[in-house]
Write a protein that binds this ligand. Structure first.
Ligand code: ZN
Ligand code: ZN
Length: 356
């Protein structure tokens, strides 16, 4: 089913009886519906039609790229609000995305369209939670680029190099190998900073006997990759190795528990149990994983707080960690596609402890 057809199908399936038309104003939502990125403009999807409204900057490319929506162009005579008011005039209940619009914009649209809008965030959120093969192909392509960059960088890491230098090498190579842009600012931390799950790369220098944690990703076709590897420089202590092996065992337990129909809480618990049994439960503060796709953090999460079953097609990270404050930390992150009776791990980079 085409993307537009699946949205049309879902218009009626919301908890409160559905809507006759859906107004999208968020660039990510528009991209999901249209398969095309515009910074401004809007999309309208109704049961009997779909429209993309853009401006002269995008119109030529949009007309070439978008085939299953009517592409309209704003003008001085017909600004966006006028076009939207005309398009929506024939429909009763019109939904929009409250979580993706400021309160001010919501009120502005209600005023300009002279109608009330109904919150309808769950329509796209539900569809986006289940990735299809084409989406996973893009995430996988981005992941392969990140892995190739990592492969290079593992040959470059050495004592004396700063976190920023290592981060720059990763970013440079992800662009060089075809990534569109970073899917988020890379995290590269070394030594005691590895105990900070979201530390920022600084001028700290890699030293012999340090862990270095690299969490990074790139994008292809608007879709994100996300991976973390922790490697050691020179040598490791027995404790460092025990922590590393526990994180890896926890990650494998979470992956083994992950499949459609299992709650986010159960996946998180499978990994957390391993870390708790090893005595480090207090040092795994974040959740096991998050969904990703057009955005680096999407719902649903593989988290204690999520007691809903994972949908078929969920694409989630598997990223447990142990962080010993002021000393060191370890995180290992892969991504996986949940379908059928299990989880297909997309990441291929090795994850046994590497000591460079
Ligand atoms: Zn990550
Ligand atoms: Zn992640």
């Amino acid at each position: 089913m085409s993307r537009i057809a699946s949205i049309q199908n879902a218009l009626r399936q919301t908890a409160d009886g559905g809507v006759d038309a859906l107004l999208l104003t968020d660039p990510i939502s528009i991209r999901y519906a249209a398969g095309f990125h515009i910074d401004d403009g809007a999309a309208v999807i109704a049961s009997d039609g779909a429209w993309l409204v853009t401006d002269s900057r995008y119109i030529e490319a949009a007309q070439a790229a978008v085939s299953d929506m009517t592409v309209l162009c704003v003008s001085r005579e017909k600004p966006l609000d006028t076009i939207l008011a005309e398009l929506l005039s024939g429909y009763g209940a019109v939904g929009a995305e409250q979580n993706r619009m400021s309160r001010a914009d919501w009120l502005k649209y209600e005023s300009k369209l002279a109608r009330s809008l109904r919150p309808a965030d769950d329509i796209l959120a539900t569809l986006r939670a289940s990735k299809d093969a084409a989406e996973i192909a893009l995430c996988t392509a981005a992941q392969r680029i990140a892995e190739r960059a990592l492969d290079d960088v593992l040959g470059l890491l050495r004592p004396g190099m700063t976190e920023k230098e290592a981060a720059a090498e990763l970013v440079y190579r992800m662009y060089k190998y075809g990534g569109e842009k970073n899917s988020f600012d890379p995290i590269v931390v070394t030594g005691p900073k590895t105990s900070m799950p979201h530390g920022v790369p600084g001028d700290e220098v890699i030293r012999d006997g340090d862990f270095i944690t690299m969490d990074f990703g790139t994008m292809v076709g608007g879709y994100c990759s996300d991976m973390t590897r922790t490697v050691a420089i020179g040598h490791v202590t027995d404790e460092m190795r025990r922590v590393y092996d526990t994180v890896l065992e926890a990650q494998l337990a979470g992956i083994a528990a992950a499949r459609p129909g299992v709650t986010g809480r159960a996946i998180d618990a499978a990994a957390r149990d391993v870390i708790e049994r090893a005595g480090w439960g207090a040092y795994f503060g974040h959740s096991f994983g998050h969904s990703l796709g057009l955005e680096i953090h999407e719902a649903p999460n593989a988290a204690y707080s999520n007691d809903r079953p994972m949908p078929e097609g969920a694409f989630i990270s598997a990223e447990p960690g142990i962080y010993l404050p002021g000393r060191f930390g370890v995180r290992i992150e892969d991504t996986m596609w949940l379908r059928g009776g299990g989880a297909e791990v997309i990441t291929r980079a090795p994850k046994e402890l590497i000591v460079l």
